[in-house]
Ligand binder design. Sequence first.
Ligand SMILES: Cc1cc2nc3c(=O)[nH]c(=O)nc-3n(C[C@H](O)[C@H](O)[C@H](O)COP(=O)(O)O)c2cc1C
Length: 314
Amino acid sequence: MTENISESAPDLSINLGRIKLKNPVITCSGTFASGIEYNQFYNISNLGAVTTKSFSLNKRLGNSPPRLCETAGGMLNAIGLANEGIYYFINEQLPVLKNLQVSIILSIFGEDNNEFLRIAKEVNSIKDDIVAVEMNLSCPNVDKGGIAFCSMPDHVESLINSVREILDIPLIAKLSPNNDNFIETAAKARNGGAEAISLVNTVIGTAIDIDNFKPKLGNIFGGLSGPAIKPIALAKVMQLARENILPIIGMGGIFYWQDAVEFMIAGASAVGIGTLNFVEVDAGEKILEGISNYLLEKNINNLGEIIGKVFKKW
Ligand SMILES: Cc1cc2nc3c(=O)[nH]c(=O)nc-3n(C[C@H](O)[C@H](O)[C@H](O)COP(=O)(O)O)c2cc1C
C-alpha cells in the first residue's frame, strides 16, 4: 500500500512571539558574518533569518591569537567578540542586506548597560529594516567584575526592560549553557519584555599543547561548539521548553537536518545553524530542505505539529 503523502508543500512558517519567519532555519551569530559572502553560494533570503555577528558600539579587535582550535567533534573559539562596530553594520552591511531581502536578526552586546543602551539608540533608526534584536547576554559585564550578564537574572530583567524603552522591536535574549540558573534568567528576560530565548551559546572549554605545555588558545579558555555539544544543548532546550516561558531558538551542534528536527520535537520553535557553516557553505539551505522533506514524508502539514511533541508523549 502506498503511503498517503500530502501533495502540497508543508507550511514551514513559525512565530517567535511577534517575530514571524517563513521557516525555522536561522544562522547563529558569529558563524555567518552578516551573510553577504554566503549569498555567493545560495540565496540567503530563503532562510528564516540571518543572525549577524554580535556588534558592540565601536570596533573591537578581540583576543590575541590563536583564537580557534579543533577538538574531537567540535571546535573551540576565543574570538573575544571582535567586530567592526554597529556603525559599520548600519552604513555598510545593512544596505546590501536590504537589497538581498533577507530577514535580519541583529545581534548586539555591550560591556555594560550603558553600551547596550547606546547601541539600542543607534538601532532605533533602522528598526524597520530588521526583524529583531538578539541581545548576546553571555558576554562579560565589566561593571560586575566580568561576570556574564545572563548569570544575573534580575540584572537581565532590568537591562532588557531599559532596552525595550528605547527600542520597540522584538528582543531575543541569548543565554549561555554555562549557568545553572538559565531557566530563572529566561523567566526574568520575559518579565523584562523579551520575545524569545536563544539557547545555547558555546560551552566553556580549553585545550593544551602537550609539547610546549601551554594552552592552545591565546585566551586560555574558549567556547566549545559543534556536534560535541549537541546533547548538552538539546537537554537545556528541553528543560527550558518544559517550563513554557518563551518561544525558543534552539542551537548547539546541529550538523544534520535530523538534529534540527530533534531540537523542534524537544520544544524549539526555530533552530540555529552555527559551526556547520564553517564546514559546508550551503548548510542552511540543506537543513531547510531536510526538514521540509521530513514533513512531506511524514505527511505533517505544519511545524506546530512537531514543536514540543516530546512532551505530549510522556
Ligand atoms: C567562531 C564563533 C563565533 C561566535 N560568535 C558569537 C557571537 O558573536 N555572538 C553570539 O551570541 N554567539 C556567538 N557564537 C556562538 C554561536 O552563535 C552558537 O550559539 C554556538 O556556536 C552553538 O552552536 P553551534 O554548535 O551550532 O555552533 C560564536 C560561535 C563560534 C563558533
